[in-house]
Design a protein around this ligand. Structure first.
Ligand SMILES: Nc1ncnc2c1ncn2[C@@H]1O[C@H](COP(=O)(O)OP(=O)(O)OP(=O)(O)O)[C@@H](O)[C@H]1O
Length: 277
């Protein structure tokens, strides 16, 4: 049985979502994608949003990133209301084409330093090389992105996040398009980097195993529209124990919660269909 973290009051919140609700305007009217979702991530925590496809995970991440505004609710970064995107948060997406194709890997990583922080060309080059070394890409620093594998492109995207002074990373299914072995390797390297660098992470996935392995806190969302089911503390799982009976029983507990919720959702849909017009 996992410890639920409902009563846990974090000491120093890095980011906070408070009562987020999001309605999209569509040609058929308003569509509620996210319904009253709240969570907090302390400094150095890795908060994972887990839920079925279409439950609003990416929408929540985009609100945190400041790309879209919540219909209701608020976002706080280090205790201050956050409206719009800011240099204090950096986003890594699932897509592999996040790098500028006409720049080398090192130039891509140095780019935000030159643009956002205005550091000298020489310093940017050195810091980019150091970040690329940290993600294991030292041998690919002077090549162009199209020569990289998918996993290497995601490593470069992580290096580009590490190189800045930003220490809040928002990752939207960053490893979902990778083969299983590469995915596991990147998960392991991300965890090692998180421990080393101490960044705070919001990580979106629909893989239960990935959620438990990557997260220190797991925020479980119901099917569309996304509502909070519960929050778990998953900090006990580290690189060395992400398998075996304990891990399997937690996977099955979370699976059970998502499955029960799925059944409830289906029952709700069925009862609506049966209602007379
Ligand atoms: N720009 C948009 N306009 C209208 N509806 C949208 C828009 N973006 C997302 N939606 C809808 O909002 C809901 C939540 O979408 P979202 O992409 O946030 O879910 P998700 O949990 O990230 O899904 P997945 O795991 O498949 O990526 C879905 O029903 C989706 O169709």
């Amino acid at each position: 049985m996992l410890a639920r973290t409902d009563d846990f009051t974090p000491a120093r919140p890095a980011f906070e979502a408070r009562n987020l609700t999001l309605d999209y305007r569509t040609s058929n009217g308003s569509l509620r994608a996210v319904d009253d979702v709240s969570f907090t991530a302390c400094e150095g925590e890795r908060l994972v949003l887990l839920g079925r496809s279409g439950c609003g995970k990416s929408s929540i991440l985009k609100m945190l990133a400041g790309f879209i505004a919540p219909t209701e609710g608020n976002i706080f970064v280090r205790g201050r209301p956050a409206r719009g995107a800011g240099p204090d948060r950096i986003v890594i997406f699932q897509e592999f084409d996040q790098l500028l194709p006409w720049k080398t890997v090192r130039e891509n990583v140095a780019f935000p330093l030159r643009v956002a922080e205005g550091v000298s060309r020489a310093e940017a080059r050195d810091r980019a090389a150091e970040a690329l070394r940290k993600v294991g890409l030292e041998r690919a620093i002077d090549v162009f992105p199209h020569t990289l594998s998918g996993g290497m492109k995601q490593r470069a995207a992580i290096a580009r996040a590490l190189v800045t002074n930003t220490d809040i990373l928002l990752m939207d299914e960053p490893f979902a398009a990778l083969d299983a072995l590469t995915r596991r390797r990147l998960q392991e390297d991300l965890l090692a980097l998180a421990e080393e660098e101490g960044f705070t992470l919001l990580f979106v996935t629909h893989s239960i195993e990935e959620a438990i392995l990557v997260g220190t806190k797991l925020h479980l969302l119901s099917a569309h529209p996304g509502r909070t089911i519960t929050t778990f503390d998953t900090a006990e799982f580290r690189l060395g124990n992400a398998s075996g009976d304990r891990f399997d029983s937690v996977v099955s507990e979370v699976n059970g919660l998502l499955f029960d919720e799925r059944q409830r959702h289906q029952d709700r849909e069925d009862s609506h269909k049966k209602e007379p017009a």
